[in-house]
Ligand binder design. Structure first.
Ligand code: TA6
Length: 273
């Protein structure tokens, strides 16, 4: 029987360390050579009252607003601890959590599922695998996102590369369809976009290191709340927008159908250099 942990779990390797909080199976820290790569708000809540503001919120079975709560129940649930381990040579660290239906999830989304979430760190890379299994007698579909918050030295000097020429939906203009004309996505205002069916990797420099993202899902969400939205968020300091950017692998629009008894693995790799 998997153990339900109330406390965050940390594993350390020869070069890195990662921490996952059982509430939301939420990656809250990933350090490489002692440097924090993730962003978590200083006002983030860890008591289960609301999703942790930062790190890697798991958005499942719905991305964004819709018939159920914004971004679904996965980031709002306590997951079951499965294991944490470091390889004998100290080079590979693994943390695993699982989630099965609860009264809370069934009330929100009346389907049977099993989620297995595995976080693996090795060298200057983190791999995050979300295995989604359909344990129901009929197929169902989901949308989702690994809503990753990255720390940056200065958002006004940050450019997200690899999106030029792609189509994006502007969530600030009722998801109007636009084309990215620029080599890099830059920030001088609230940005909230769903880049569609892109060719990964996407990359940026966080002011100290180059960060590269790859994934097997279709879309890339880019978000910075900027000043006005920052002030409206109770779990986010007014000035924190200057020190973070969300670059999020997502299946945001076209649902993934999972047949009865089948599994789908949503995998996300981030490397820094
Ligand atoms: O990052 C995309 C997005 O859907 C934005 O529209 C914004 O709402 C953000 O997620 C944060 O959502 P949350 O529910 O965590 O406040």
């Amino acid at each position: 029987m998997a153990e339900t942990k109330a406390n965050p779990v940390t594993v350390k390797t020869d070069t890195a360390e990662v921490t996952v909080h059982p509430f939301g199976a939420h990656v809250t820290s990933w350090k490489v050579d002692g440097e924090e790569i993730m962003f978590v708000s200083s006002l983030a809540k860890y008591d289960g009252s609301r999703p942790i503001r930062g790190g890697v919120p798991i958005c499942f079975p719905q991305f964004g607003p819709g018939p159920i709560k914004q971004h679904g129940f996965a980031r709002r649930s306590y997951w079951n601890f499965v294991k944490s381990e470091v390889s004998e040579d100290g080079k590979v660290g693994t943390i695993q959590f699982s989630l099965s239906p609860t009264e809370y999830t069934l009330e929100m989304w009346n389907h049977k599922f099993e989620l297995l979430y595995t976080v693996i760190i090795q060298g200057a890379q983190i791999q995050i695998d979300l295995v989604v299994k359909n344990t129901e007698e009929s197929a169902w579909s989901f949308t989702g996102c690994l809503h990753t918050y990255f720390g940056v030295e200065d958002i006004t000097k940050t450019q997200i590369l690899g999106l030029k020429g792609t189509t994006y939906l502007d969530s600030l203009k009722d998801r109007a369809e636009c084309t990215e004309e620029n080599e890099g996505v830059t920030f001088n205002q609230n940005v909230d976009r769903i880049y569609r069916k892109i060719d990964w990797p996407v990359s940026f420099n966080n002011g100290k290191k180059n960060v590269k993202l790859t994934t097997n899902v279709a879309d890339c969400v880019v978000w910075n709340p900027w000043s006005e939205k920052a002030q409206a968020m109770g779990d986010f300091e007014d000035s924190e927008y200057l020190k973070m950017v969300c670059v999020e692998p997502a299946q945001a629009i076209d649902p993934i159908e999972v047949a009865s008894g089948a599994e789908y693995t949503f995998t996300h790799t981030i490397s820094v250099e």
